[in-house]
Every structure is written in structure tokens, then in C-alpha cells.
Write a protein that binds this ligand. Sequence first.
Ligand code: GTP
Ligand code: MG
Length: 196
Amino acid sequence: MIKKAEFVVSNADPSNCPKPDRAEVAFIGRSNVGKSSLINALTDKKGLAKTSQKPGKTQLINHFLINDRWYMVDLPGYGFAKVNVKVKEGWENMIHTYLMKRENLCGVFVLIDSRLEPQKIDLDFLLWCGTQGVPAALVFTKADKQSKSKTSLNVHKFLEKTEELFEEAPDYFVTSAESGLGKEELLTFIEELVKE
Ligand code: GTP
Ligand code: MG
């Protein structure tokens, strides 16, 4: 259970992140997929991570300290087309460096919009995690936005694609930051990851 959640620091440079002396999990995914909203839902704190209807809101690496013991990290999205190439490359570089170098990282959650058919950009990112040895699980977001059957169809299609890429199927969660669907299940999984 999350009893306490507080913002610690934002960084553009991964090497300035807090000392890696605690367990850490991070949320990543395309711009606007719902990373910041999921963090707010998991912590039950609406304004903790800044959200927006417009993609490109989170631009830095944001550390949140949970229960005085472990870190949750909100990252910028990938694949945001509306910033110039230099900025985009800068964000991607920052995300990649963070994921490869962060030694206390126990798990990364790759968020996937449950309304969409499998997207190449998400599969490519997942594959990159695999080749880098970054431990990734999937979180399908915004499940409240369509019927259960539509969600499970898209989830099924995505998982089918991952079967072509990996020997082992990734862990996955179906969630809604709006309704709280999947929240308890995901929290239980995270708490297991950050256990000492
Ligand atoms: P960037 O920081 O720009 O990369 O975006 P993000 O992935 O952090 O997305 P954010 O949490 O800011 O949410 C983007 C938009 O989607 C906001 O308008 C949210 O209210 C909405 N949203 C996020 N999650 C859900 C959800 O589960 N259900 C619904 N209905 N809307 C959601
Ligand atoms: Mg965000």
C-alpha cells in the first residue's frame, strides 16, 4: 500500500538523479499515453505528477519517493512528433541513458494505449529494452475509454506481436487511471519488485 508519496527532484541529466541507494521503478511510453496519470492513480495523489491533454507535458526525469523507501520515476514520452528533431533526439538520448545506466532500476513499465492496434514504435521500444537487458512489463492504459471486448482484442493483438519478438511473454496489466482498474494488481507487482 502507498501511504506516502512525495516529489523529490526533476533532472534533464540522468547522471544528476538521486543517489541510487533505493529500489526504483519507472514509467515510459509514448507521449500522452497516461504515464503521469497512472502515477497519480497509483499514489492516490491527483496533482503529484503533472498531466496534460496535450502530449509532451513531462520533459524531465521526475523522481517521487514512495513510503520513504523507494522511487517511482515519471519519464518524458517517446515518439512525440511536434517538437523539433534536436529536442526529440535529446529526450530519447536522456531516456536511453537513464534506462541503461540506472543501477537501482528494478523494473520499467512500458505503457501502451489500449485503444490502439499494435504500434511499431512501442514494439521497437520493447525490443530495445530486451536487447539492453532492461526488465520491462506492459501496462495497457485508458481501458475506460472503450468496451472491454475492444480492449482485450487490442491487448491480445499486442501480445501476439510480442510472441514474435520474445521467447517469454512479458508481464502485463490492463489499467485505467480514471476508474482505478488494474491498480491493485499493478501495485502488488511493483511492491514485489521493490522489496529488499
Ligand atoms: P507526456 O508527459 O506528455 O508524455 O504524457 P503522459 O503519458 O504523462 O500522459 P498524461 O498522464 O499527461 O495523460 C494524457 C491525457 O490522457 C490526459 O488528458 C489524461 O487525463 C488522459 N488520461 C490518462 N490516463 C487516462 C485513463 O486511464 N483514462 C482516461 N479516460 N484518460 C486518461
Ligand atoms: Mg507525463
